[in-house]
Design a protein around this ligand. Structure first.
Ligand code: HEC
Length: 128
């Protein structure tokens, strides 16, 4: 029979084990880059407000989110390069990515989260 104290310990361990399983894990976005579910959700909001005008409703000269073909080689550069291009701006072969999408007030962290969301959407199932 378990004594009261032992019983409490068993319950406490059970709760901890449950929390370990149920707590939001980090989402792996690309090799060596993972962020929390909350950060990713925040990234989606930033994307919707500041990036979708080009990356969702833009023409062929902008890599569209979800178009795996358009993102494969970009993602291979690694997150640090993608984030640097998104924050500092970048002229590639298809067009001009303005610094922070032209929204100077955004923090680098916000741009990083938006980039993470875009990358995640462009590697997930579906898309091109
Ligand atoms: C005015 C249009 C426009 C807006 C707004 C915009 N982008 Fe872009 N973005 C581009 C274009 C065009 C490219 C492709 C440049 C190329 O490869 O020639 C690009 C490319 C990128 C890339 C790939 C960089 C690489 O190395 O291949 C990332 C990441 C990115 N944008 C992130 C963002 C984020 C995050 C936002 C919002 C904060 C954003 N963009 C807003 C036009 C835009």
């Amino acid at each position: 029979m378990l004594k009261g104290k032992d019983f409490a310990l068993v319950i406490a361990l059970g709760v901890l084990a449950f929390l370990a399983i149920a707590s939001p894990k980090k989402v792996l976005i690309a090799e060596g880059f993972a962020i929390s579910r909350e950060e990713l959700d925040h990234g989606y909001l930033i994307y919707e407000n500041y990036c979708a005008s080009c990356h969702q409703d833009g023409g062929k000269e902008t890599p569209q989110v979800g178009d795996r073909q358009a993102w494969r080689a970009r993602i291979r550069q690694g997150m640090p390069t993608l984030v640097r291009h998104a924050v500092n701006g970048f002229r590639g072969e298809v067009g001009l990515m303005p610094p922070k999408g032209g929204h100077e007030a955004l923090t680098s962290e916000e741009v990083t989260r938006a980039t993470a969301w875009m990358v995640q959407q462009s590697t997930a199932k579906g898309g091109g």
